[in-house]
Design a protein around this ligand. Structure first.
Ligand code: 4GX
Length: 273
């Protein structure tokens, strides 16, 4: 057996059967493709994640199978109709008795964070609703959607990429989805909420630079300290919003003070006096 086929003892999601995803989208082949590769594809092969894509066009009535119409009040663009989406959601819900959280991907939603990903990863079942055009009739959202989620403050042309992001981030936290080498506890935002430290591999000496000495020393305590220091400094430099220096422990403050006296500067701040 491959060692990475063993359950990952470090993951925190208890193994209680596969998590089920149903994605409602006018582009189900896009979702299927995104879920076929990499960690998500392997999690599906291992039976940790199941996925079904549902096309509202298949639940639309009439010769034209309309899924959208013009907005009341005028204006550009089209709005997705209530009935095809409602029928699609009903079919998706009925495909499995497990209770489902229905999530609409939208810039009007709460921002997705790793903390939210962890919450979602503990649920048995998610239905992800992807809008196209200008969006979805508000009454459908009121009646059928448990929460709106945004993957960031920018505008996509549809919810599919956002749904693929949720699928990926949630699937990789399922027990056994990651190999040892990919362990989730070391990730940025997992555990301590700091950004990751820099990584190096062969060769030691390259025209683009040297590998830091400490990483070659074999001194694991010093390596751990250096990595922690790098994570702290990089977080302060790049994402000061993620860190509150006044809440850092003594050891972390010492690592920062050491870095500042060696570098004569505040990471991301003003030069030291
Ligand atoms: N994080 N989009 C949804 C359709 C739409 C248009 C107008 C409501 C109003 C997005 C994001 C995102 C684009 C998905 C617009 N919905 N989704 N789509 N950012 O930009 O999740």
């Amino acid at each position: 057996m491959r060692s990475d086929a063993l359950p990952n003892p470090q993951s925190r999601i208890p193994n209680s059967g596969p998590i089920r995803f149903d994605v409602v989208s006018l582009f189900p082949e896009f979702i299927a493709r995104a879920a076929d590769v990499g960690v998500v594809g392997r999690a599906r092969e291992r039976g940790l994640v199941t996925l079904q894509a549902w096309n509202p066009r298949d639940y639309a009535e009439g010769n034209y199978r309309r899924v959208d119409d013009r907005p009341f009040g005028g204006g550009p663009g089209m709005v997705m109709l209530i009935d095809p989406l409602r029928a699609t959601l009903a079919a998706a819900r009925a495909a499995d008795p497990a209770p489902a959280r229905v999530i609409y991907m939208s810039p009007q939603g709460q921002r997705l964070t790793q903390a939210r990903v962890r919450e979602l990863a503990a649920l048995p079942r998610l239905i992800l609703l992807c809008g196209r055009y200008e969006g979805v009739d508000e009454r459908l959202l009121q009646a059928e959607v448990d929460e709106e989620l945004s993957i960031g403050d920018y505008v996509l042309s549809g919810g599919e990429l956002a749904a693929a992001v949720v699928l990926d981030a949630v699937a990789r936290l399922q027990d056994g989805a990651l190999g040892d080498a990919e362990s989730a506890v070391q990730d940025s935002f997992e555990g301590d909420g700091l950004l990751d430290c820099p990584h190096y591999t062969r060769p030691v000496s390259h025209a683009l630079g040297q590998v830091p000495e400490v990483l070659l020393s074999g001194n694991h305590a010093e390596i751990a300290k250096w990595r922690r220091q790098q994570a702290l400094v990089r977080t302060l430099e790049r994402r000061p919003d993620l860190i509150d220096e006044s809440t850092l422990g003594k050891a972390d403050r010492r690592l920062l003070a050491d870095w500042r006296s060696a570098n004569g500067a505040d990471p991301g701040g003003t030069p030291a006096a």
